[in-house]
Design a binder for this molecule. Structure first.
Ligand SMILES: [Zn+2]
Length: 123
């Protein structure tokens, strides 16, 4: 289906605005932690502790890859909030990148369709 020039401009302008918003979001984002952060339940090893029955001590772990090797690091309780926030920033950052990629693809497909619609047959 052929798009009118006005509707084409509107579609492209919407994409530009969305992309600009995402880029603003990326620039405004705080520090990031690259990897994954998990809460796990552990045992402390004390046979008289409640955790002897069932793991009962929450620990926060940071899993990351460096030089092709996976690492697991215990996050200190006092750093948990800061590390989790930075991890959320990282996740939001990756999500914004995926959205930008999708917008770029949509923009290219709109432009490709438009150039095909402009083609005329010369004989
Ligand atoms: Zn315990």
């Amino acid at each position: 289906m052929k798009k009118s020039s006005a509707s084409l401009k509107k579609s492209l302008k919407d994409i530009l605005e969305k992309r600009a918003g995402l880029i603003e979001q990326l620039i405004a984002s705080g520090p990031v932690v690259i990897g994954n952060v998990y809460d796990v339940m552990r045992r402390c090893g004390n046979p008289h502790c409640h955790c002897a029955e069932k793991p009962g001590h929450r620990q926060t772990l940071l899993i990351y890859t460096r030089n092709g090797h996976r690492h697991c690091k215990l996050v200190r309780r006092k750093d948990e909030e800061r590390v989790k926030l930075a991890w959320q920033n990282y996740r939001a950052f990756r999500k914004a990148l995926r959205q930008i990629r999708a917008l770029n693809q949509r923009e290219l497909s709109i432009l490709r369709a438009d150039i095909i619609n402009r083609g005329f047959c010369y004989r």
